[in-house]
Design a protein around this ligand. Structure first.
Ligand SMILES: [Zn+2]
Length: 233
C-alpha cells in the first residue's frame, strides 16, 4: 500500500485524500477520527492513488527557478512586460508600470523575496483591472449575470463560484492562453445557473465552448508551467 501522512484538520467534516508533488499522499482527517480505519480507507482508493501518482511521474515538478524575471509574458492578455531593476537606498521595494509595458522594480532590489512579493502585488492589481472586465464581457456574451467578482491567488483552483453568484478568479489565469482563461470565465459563469458539475452544467458549458474537454485537460497541466518566481513564499 502507498505510504501516506496524516493531517488532522479542525475544519474537515470527513476524511479526504490529497496528493501533491511535494508531499505525496496526505490523508486529511477530522479531529477525533479513529486512525485505525485509515489503512482500509486508503486501500479502497488505491486505484485513484496510483493513477494520480503516475500523473505526477509523467509531469515531474520542474526544478523551480526562482530567479527574478527580465520579462513577464501574460498570454491571456496578449501582453509582454520588460522588467528592470532600479536600486535605491529605500528599505522597501515598489513596482511601477509604464504605458509601453515597462515594469520597474525600485528600491531595495537586492532583497529577492521583497521583489517577488512586490511583483505579486502588482500582478494581483493588474489581474483585477483586466480579468474582471473580461468576465463582464463573457457574462454579457453568455447572458449569465453574476453578483460580485474578486481576484485571489489560490494554489489549486483557477476559479470558483459561490451559491450567491460571487465569482473568484485566480490571478495566475493571466499566464495561460486566452482560450484557457476564457474557459475558466465561462465555467464559473455557468455555475451561476448550476452550482455543481452535473450533466446540465456541462450541457450549458458545451453550448458556449464545444471543445471544453480539451481545454479542461490543458488547464490541469497549466499549473506546471507557472513561473517559479511566482510560487508562494
Ligand atoms: Zn466548476
Amino acid at each position: 500500500m502507498t505510504n501516506y501522512s496524516v493531517k488532522i484538520s479542525n475544519r474537515a467534516k470527513h476524511v479526504s485524500l490529497k496528493i501533491t508533488p511535494t508531499d505525496g499522499l496526505v490523508v486529511v482527517v477530522p479531529k477525533g477520527f479513529n486512525h485505525s480505519l485509515l489503512d482500509d480507507l486508503v486501500a479502497r482508493r488505491q486505484g485513484w492513488i496510483e493513477k494520480t501518482l503516475q500523473r505526477y511521474k509523467d509531469y515531474p515538478v520542474q526544478e523551480q527557478d526562482t530567479t527574478l524575471p527580465n520579462e513577464i509574458c501574460l498570454p491571456a492578455l496578449g501582453e509582454k512586460w520588460c522588467v528592470s531593476f532600479i536600486k535605491t537606498s529605500a528599505s522597501t521595494v515598489r513596482v511601477t508600470a509604464t504605458e509601453n509595458f515597462q515594469l520597474r522594480i525600485i528600491g531595495y532590489t537586492e532583497n529577492i523575496t521583497a521583489c517577488r512579493k512586490a511583483l505579486r502585488r502588482w500582478l494581483m492589481r493588474h489581474a483585477r483591472q483586466n480579468l474582471i472586465p473580461l468576465l463582464d464581457l463573457a457574462s454579457d456574451d453568455c447572458a449569465l449575470p453574476y453578483r460580485k467578482a474578486t481576484v485571489r491567488g489560490q494554489r489549486t483552483r483557477w476559479g470558483s463560484c459561490s451559491s450567491t453568484a460571487s465569482i473568484n478568479l485566480n490571478y495566475q489565469l493571466m499566464f495561460v492562453s486566452p482560450e484557457m482563461m476564457n474557459y475558466v470565465l465561462v465555467h464559473e459563469l455557468c455555475h451561476t445557473a448550476h452550482l455543481n458539475h452535473s450533466r446540465h452544467f456541462y450541457n450549458l458549458l458545451a453550448s458556449y465552448i464545444s471543445d471544453y474537454k480539451i481545454i479542461e485537460s490543458q488547464l490541469k497541466q497549466a499549473w506546471h508551467s507557472m513561473p517559479g518566481w511566482l510560487q508562494p513564499l
